[in-house]
Design a protein around this ligand. Structure first.
Ligand SMILES: [Zn+2]
Length: 119
């Protein structure tokens, strides 16, 4: 059920921003998700379709962008990124690394339509 609360906060952020911008409709929402986040795109989309109904965001397209995770080697201090599976340190091959980032989840930008767009 983690995705439901995440989806609710996306809706809240987007609705607030859309109102402030005088939007008549939100068309696209660009989201960034860290590679290590446990968020499942399909679940977010599923909840989104339900809770966005009747709001400015109804029918908006959700675009998910996965960010690479960031690691730092505990043995030699090298910082590196990885895209899918955990990889050893590229400098010393150590697997003794800590995670610096990669579980973030945020609304990067939204695209809106305003009434002024309609001729
Ligand atoms: Zn290393």
């Amino acid at each position: 059920m983690h995705e439901l609360s995440v989806t609710e906060s996306i809706l809240e952020i987007c609705t607030r921003n859309a109102r402030q911008s005088g939007a008549s409709r939100v068309t696209t929402i660009n989201l960034t998700i860290g590679r290590l986040s446990s968020i499942v795109d399909d679940s977010v989309q599923f909840y989104w379709d339900i809770i966005s109904e009747g709001t400015l965001c109804a029918g908006a397209l959700l675009v998910f962008k996965r960010l690479p995770a960031k690691m730092r080697c505990n043995d030699c201090g090298t910082e590196y990124r990885f895209d899918s599976d955990l990889i050893p340190c590229p400098s010393c091959q150590s697997m003794n690394a800590c995670i610096l980032g990669g579980d973030e989840f945020q609304v990067e930008s939204i695209e809106i339509e305003t009434n002024e767009d309609i001729p």
